[in-house]
Design a binder for this molecule. Structure first.
Ligand SMILES: NC(=O)c1ccc[n+]([C@@H]2O[C@H](COP(=O)([O-])OP(=O)(O)OC[C@H]3O[C@@H](n4cnc5c(N)ncnc54)[C@H](O)[C@@H]3O)[C@@H](O)[C@H]2O)c1
Length: 452
């Protein structure tokens, strides 16, 4: 961090050309049919920010190309991989590096996931894409279908999905540990708290200069044009409707993950959904997410599982406590509680962290007779994807799961645009069947020059 702040934009941009010239890789086709022992050649789109964690997760492989629209944000990755070829425009990178890459990591802000990931898929590259998989329901569905058709290996960046604990929660629930479950509550303190992002704001009207080293037009990608402002990046884009997906899109893929898996919510045909938010000003409502929101989902029965009501709350709103929860136990800033007929399961974010049956007496009693570990275990979130790319079995958060999980969060986002209405979503046709106006949020138009 210290290193990054000491580096000025001017110095860094000036130093770029020489490192690009130092590029050298062994193209993957030289290695033959990519036997399991060979290394993948990986290109990274969005090399700063979260991209760094993904690069770390793939250290065992060859990082051959780094793309980023902001030289400063990506500076540390560039320094760590001086031989990787550098790009600002992923379209140019993909055309240029086509023959030299096997797989692509996408870790840009949400609104550019789909265009970057789709380009890679169409070129037959395996893709690891950050959560939420994309920014609109239409994009998610098309990505999921394209990946399936192309037969490329995928993984979404909901790394908690590879935890031991999320598997235990599924196994407990399927074992009947807390009986039938008709109600689940999930929550996040975002957008409040340490990781605050822009909410409840009008679009800024002043025009600060674009920082040196940042290509603003490429950062915008398919989003409609607007002048640069520091209110948008980095990180803060999460709260702007054109770029981010609010608290639900940001944290939902972590916090709802155990619920979707354990309750088989990726297997339904219809979802009822209703949102309420703290928004009241229409201009603000069309720009940024609200200070706080509640989204209620209703799912029909799935096999022997009864219908389910699922509630998402953000902005520090928390659910009611079950009667049998100990008084000393409190809800952490993020988490979920499954309310079953014989008890509750409470957990935190990312892979059902710290999951316990509540009250503790029931957990202790159940610990004496835990069910066998029936689900396959993960070797690591990035490693599973790498192994899949090399011919192993698909990673567990591949997009057949990551797609429907993301769609749920984006459905919540859509309901916020049409708040205080109960909407019915037909999963197969991707239509809200009882409110035509809501359907305009399913597939928003791209800026001219951009397609999926
Ligand atoms: N899995 C997790 O726990 C986790 C944690 C943080 C972020 N994320 C996800 O990672 C993604 C990035 O989030 P962030 O906070 O790192 O954002 P960020 O604002 O730091 O942007 C990430 C990087 O992408 C670059 N970038 C932006 N647009 C680009 C483009 N069109 N082409 C190439 N590079 C581009 C930025 O310059 C930056 O270096 C988001 O989708 C976010 O939801 C996931």
């Amino acid at each position: 961090m210290k290193q990054q702040t000491q580096l000025t934009r001017r110095k860094f941009v000036g130093g770029m050309a020489t490192s690009v010239a130092a590029f050298s890789i062994v193209p993957s086709h030289v290695l033959g049919a990519n036997p399991p022992s060979s290394k993948l050649n990986i290109a990274v789109i969005g090399s700063g920010g979260r991209g760094r964690a993904n690069i770390n997760g793939c250290r065992s492989e060859n990082i051959v190309a780094l793309c980023d629209v902001d030289d400063i944000r990506a500076a540390r990755s560039f320094e760590e991989y001086p031989k990787a070829k550098r790009y600002k425009d992923f379209r140019i990178m993909m055309d240029d590096m086509d023959k030299s890459i096997d797989a692509v990591i996408v870790a840009t802000p949400d609104h550019t996931h789909a265009v970057a990931a789709m380009r890679a898929i169409k070129m037959g590259k395996h893709v690891y894409c950050e959560k939420p998989l994309a920014h609109s329901l239409g994009e998610v569905r098309r990505l999921t279908e394209a990946a399936r058709q192309q037969g490329v290996q995928t993984q979404m960046g909901n790394q908690g999905h590879s935890s031991e604990q999320i598997r235990r929660v599924c196994e407990w629930i399927w074992d009947g540990a807390i009986g039938d479950i008709r109600e689940v509550h999930t929550w996040s303190s975002r957008p409040s708290g340490g990781a605050a992002f822009a909410v409840n704001m009008k679009r800024p009207t002043d025009r600060p200069p674009v920082p040196e080293g940042l290509d603003w037009d490429l950062w915008l990608g398919p989003a409609q044009y607007r002048p640069y402002h520091p209110a948008y990046l980095p990180f803060k884009w999460r709260g702007w409707l054109d770029f981010g997906s609010g608290a639900l899109g940001d944290m939902g893929c972590h916090i709802l993950d155990p619920t979707v898996w354990a309750m088989k919510l990726d297997q339904v045909d219809t979802i009822a959904i209703e949102a309420t938010t703290t928004h009241f000003d229409e201009e603000i409502m069309n720009e940024t997410f609200a200070v706080a929101s509640i989204v209620r989902f209703e799912f029909p029965a799935r096999g022997s599982m009864p219908p389910l009501k699922l509630t998402w709350s953000d902005g520090r709103l928390r659910p009611p406590r079950p009667d049998d929860m100990e008084l000393k136990r409190y809800y952490r800033s993020e988490g979920a509680i499954f309310m079953g007929e014989k008890g509750n399961i409470l957990h935190g974010s990312h892979g059902a962290s710290g999951a316990r049956i509540v009250p503790e007496t029931k957990m202790k009693a159940y610990e004496a007779n835990l069910p066998p570990k029936s689900l396959p275990r993960s070797q690591g979130h990035h490693k599973d994807w790498i192994l899949a790319c090399k011919g192993g079995k698909p990673a567990s958060a591949n997009w057949d799961f990551g797609g429907p999980l993301t769609e749920l969060t984006l459905l919540g986002m859509l309901a916020m645009r049409r708040q205080n209405r109960k909407l019915i979503w037909d999963v197969k046709t991707m239509r809200i069947t009882n409110d035509e106006e809501a359907n305009k949020y399913v597939d928003p138009a791209y800026r001219q020059g951009w397609t999926l």
